[in-house]
Design a protein around this ligand. Sequence first.
Ligand SMILES: Nc1ncnc2c1ncn2[C@@H]1O[C@H](COP(=O)(O)OP(=O)(O)OP(=O)(O)O)[C@@H](O)[C@H]1O
Ligand SMILES: [Mg+2]
Length: 482
Amino acid sequence: MFEKNKYNKKDQTKTLYSERKLFNPMAEATQTKLLLVDDESAYHAAFRRALRTWKDLQIETAPGGREALKKLEVYPADIVISDVRMPHMDGLALLHEIKARYPHTFVVMITGHADIQDAVKAMKLGAYDYLLKPFDMDAVAIILKKVIEHKNLFHDNIIADGDQRENRRFENIIGQDPKMFTIYEMISAVAKSDASVLLTGESGTGKELVAEAIHFRSNRKQNAFIRVNCAALTETLINSELFGHEKGAFSGATTSKKGYLEVADKGTLFLDEIGDIQPQTQISLLRVLELGSYQRVGSTSALQTDVRIICATNQDLVQAIQEKTFRADLFYRINVVSIHLPPLRERRLDVPHLAEYFLKKCKTSDDKNIKGFSNEAMRLLMKYDWPGNVRELANVIEHAAVFAKFSQIQPADLPEGLKSMASFPPVTLTLPSHSLAQAESILIRSVLEECEWNLKKAAKILEIARGTLYGKMNKYGISKPD
Ligand SMILES: Nc1ncnc2c1ncn2[C@@H]1O[C@H](COP(=O)(O)OP(=O)(O)OP(=O)(O)O)[C@@H](O)[C@H]1O
Ligand SMILES: [Mg+2]
């Protein structure tokens, strides 16, 4: 059934679409096709007016989901911007259909602030982004610009790569943020070469995952991928691990040993925390990168290796060069291509995707039959700053699955740091001027609804006896709806 939006769109069009002059990033781009789907024609006019200076943007409109699908049969839109609340066929159903029929079309949903759950649903269904009302046209311009950049990127790759597109899938790297798409493109491109790669980014952003992705997409994939954590080893140990040693080279070297450079021959060596290696090892490594040659510790004969080197660091190597703790010549050798992994807080829209992914991977969630996240829990996950990035998110989801009592993860299941940001009970925020009794009655009702009217669960959350809950329900006239 069509539910009229609580807020009045017509009133807002005035403020939303101030006749601000918009930056037009499309001067160089080829034509982009936009389809705007909304049941209010005032919106159509406002979009056309605000975007009239975008010469290479073609705008078509549709008053509802069904009409949009009809239009898409003849109008191959690059991007569809659709309201969620519409009569007959709502925006989420439309999104579902578009993703099934035209998977490469970018879909952006417009949702109300009160309907954050719709935005989360939309992202799960594969929406590219969402706009929360009220929004201004600058937000639309930013999205359009990103879509155009993507479109051009994919267009170039299709031309360059023909049938290779299948290989661009990254099953184990989750992320739909444009920054991640750029990373996927870079992984595909560097995998075809032997160039050294430097991966930078905060801890837990996925540097090791990317190193593996490069190796397993390269023609070295049949050979070894070896990871060495340079921060965890002393200088003697790292030399012996990397280059190998001869018997008697140092006390404790009772036999000779192959180094990783030998084991990883024709494969990939991933040097994690490269910023921590000592000056002498830096020189030896430089030789490997320049000539492919090295010596075992305690040996004078040179060995050859054909190894691809990928390094990672979360240190600022340029500063290390200035401080003379890292050699500039080595830096240039390892940094032929650099890939920067963005922190999770700069791609918050990936949080729902990652959270779902980790929940599915988590064994406990199967045993307990956990289906997903409550509105409030997801809001907290999206709001949090994630100093430990994706690794921290993975741990938080595992923690939440262990503590979950219901079919959805609740704020109470999250670790302290996240829980303390909660506004639970959410009703108190929106009802500032109620008596204590009224607030109590609203809180009880909201918890009961959250628990699908399971009194035992609700009493547990409210930390009162079931009998007390029952008494209060009677007092406030609260009963389960038919
Ligand atoms: N985009 C992603 N999709 C799925 N899992 C991810 C993603 N990014 C990171 N992870 C997971 O998060 C964890 C941390 O990733 P990874 O070890 O690659 O980070 P890192 O940048 O190497 O961190 P550090 O600098 O601390 O070594 C791993 O379990 C990894 O599988
Ligand atoms: Mg790592």
